[in-house]
Design a protein around this ligand. Structure first.
Ligand SMILES: [Zn+2]
Ligand SMILES: [Zn+2]
Length: 127
C-alpha cells in the first residue's frame, strides 16, 4: 500500500513531468493544488527537495529569478529568453571541457557549472 507521503511525492513528480516547462516551485504547487487543494505548499516544496536530492528531477538555478524545476536530469543546457523568460532545453554535446580550462586558469576545483545562452526566443522575435 502506498503511504500518504509516497502518494504526495509521486503527485509532485507527475506534475513536473506533465508541465515540461521548467516551472518554479510555486507553479508546481499551483498545478497540484488545482486537483488536490488539501496539499500544502510546504509539502510540495519538501517533495521537490527530496526528489532533486534523489536525482529524479533537477533544479536549474535561474540567473534572473526563482529556481526552476526540470524533469530532465541528464546534463543539458538552457537558452533563456530575456523577453518572456522562458527556458528552452539545449541538447548539445557536453561542454564540460570549459570547466578544465577554468581549473587551469584559476587552480580551483570546479564542482558545478551552469551555462545559459541568452537572447530573444523565436516566439518573441516573431511578434
Ligand atoms: Zn521569449
Ligand atoms: Zn532543462
Amino acid at each position: 500500500m502506498q503511504t500518504r507521503q509516497t502518494f504526495q511525492k509521486s503527485l509532485t513528480l507527475d506534475a513536473v513531468k506533465a508541465m515540461q516547462c521548467h516551472p518554479t516551485a510555486d507553479q508546481v504547487y499551483a498545478y497540484v493544488a488545482e486537483k488536490y487543494p488539501e496539499i500544502s505548499r510546504a509539502t510540495i516544496y519538501r517533495n521537490l527537495n527530496q526528489l532533486s536530492e534523489a536525482g529524479e528531477i533537477s533544479r536549474v538555478k535561474n540567473p534572473c529569478g526563482a529556481d526552476r524545476i526540470d524533469h530532465i536530469t541528464h546534463k543539458h543546457y538552457h537558452f533563456i529568453c530575456s523577453c518572456c523568460h522562458q527556458l528552452t532545453n539545449v541538447d548539445i554535446p557536453d561542454i564540460g571541457h570549459l570547466a578544465k580550462l577554468c581549473e587551469e586558469q584559476t587552480g580551483a576545483k570546479v564542482e558545478e557549472s551552469q551555462i545559459f545562452f541568452g537572447g530573444i526566443c523565436k516566439n518573441c522575435a516573431g511578434r
